[in-house]
Design a protein around this ligand. Structure first.
Ligand code: NAD
Length: 331
């Protein structure tokens, strides 16, 4: 059988092809799945999708009409998939429920430290042989307070690094993680975490309850000199409200690996186009903001695990097995 994989990065292509060898043919497409590209899937029983593919009702209807029966999502988050519609249409959906949480946690720290120590600005200056330090002053992390919103697998890995820096640890989650408590984390109400943290890092999934968790009120609760890092999902932050706070001169730094309107932009080369998204365009003009293109997971280790699990998910489907990765089982 030929599996059609959408949203495949150039680095990923040979890895996917090698992983499926001996099992199935795979055709990796650079394009993302959406209403326009869904017809390409016609005749493919199994497709694979990535985080910025649109798996809303319309696209799922179109896939089902074209003969697709199984979707293997190559990510942990599945907020882009309308599971109820998939179930109604008899589409099996699987995801990668876990892979190296260190990939994302380490990247979140890279963002935090880059904005704290002005690394991007420093690099731009030294390339220009401008060796002044003016404006590059950062702060020690040691002794400061890290607020971790969501202390699951990634939040825990982030907390271990914060512990290594010698930080005071505050956490907020619906379920407390004993490993984080053992590191000295104190679970507090969200407002207290926001008010007391020098660094706030987001690691909860995007759900109806967490949509715009960091809204204008939450941002105003944060310290003026705080650092905010979002490596989870863009929809957790009200970006327009964030821009308003940044315009007011607040926050030492903001590191965003995700953006609520990233679909159609992130992973693509838009360098020669007029950017229509004024919020994103404004965001990247702030000297204390660093935006990356949803790359926190992008390590050889994590991508290898994602691909291996995707192959296993497809084989589970073809051979009639269930696993914890299945979001909508085979009907
Ligand atoms: N930027 C990237 O490349 C990238 C890669 C992988 C994952 N992610 C994001 O990171 C998120 C976290 O991943 P993980 O592996 O740590 O997941 P996880 O399931 O291990 O942890 C999520 C935590 O959030 C908590 N939580 C869930 N709903 C909550 C709510 N309503 N209020 C408060 N806490 C709540 C859970 O109790 C859990 O502790 C994913 O959902 C995904 O959105 C981003």
């Amino acid at each position: 059988m030929e599996i059609l994989a959408f949203g495949v990065q150039a680095d990923e292509k040979p890895l996917i092809e090698r992983a499926f060898q001996g099992h199935h043919e795979v055709r990796g497409l650079h394009v993302f799945l959406n209403e326009d590209t869904a017809p390409i899937a016609a005749g493919h029983e199994v497709i694979s999708t990535s985080v910025n593919c649109d798996l809303g009702a319309g696209v799922l209807e179109s896939l089902a009409a074209g003969g697709t029966r199984m979707i293997a999502q190559r990510s942990t988050g599945f907020n882009n998939v309308e599971l109820k519609t998939a179930e109604r249409l008899g589409l099996t959906v699987a995801r990668v429920s876990s892979y190296s949480p260190h990939s994302v946690a380490e990247f979140a720290w890279a963002l935090a430290m880059a904005v704290n120590r002005r690394i991007v600005r420093a690099s731009t200056r030294t390339r220009d042989f401008d060796f002044r330090l003016d404006g590059l002053m950062g702060r020690d992390m040691h002794g400061r307070t890290a607020g971790v919103i969501g202390t699951g697998k990634i939040g825990e890995a982030f907390t271990r690094i914060a512990h290594g820096f010698g930080m005071r640890l505050l956490g907020w989650d619906v379920a407390e993680n004993p490993a984080c408590r053992d590191l000295g984390m104190t679970y507090v109400p969200k407002e207290q975490l926001l008010a007391e943290s020098d660094l706030v890092s987001l690691h909860v999934p995007l759900l109806p309850e967490t949509l715009r968790l960091i809204d204008g009120a939450a941002l105003r609760t944060m310290r003026d000199d705080a650092i905010l890092v979002n490596s989870s999902r863009g929809g957790l932050v009200d970006t327009a409200a964030l821009v308003a706070e940044l315009r007011a001169g607040r926050f030492t730094g903001v590191g965003l690996d995700v953006y609520e309107a990233e679909a159609g932009l992130f992973f693509l080369d838009k360098s020669l186009e007029a950017i229509e998204d004024d919020t994103l365009a404004r965001l990247v003009t702030f000297p204390n903001v660093l935006v990356t293109s949803h790359q926190a997971y992008y390590t050889a280790d994590a991508v290898g695990q994602i691909i291996d699990t995707t192959v296993a998910n497809v084989l589970d489907y073809t051979e009639g097995r269930r696993s914890e990765n299945v979001l909508v089982p085979r009907s």
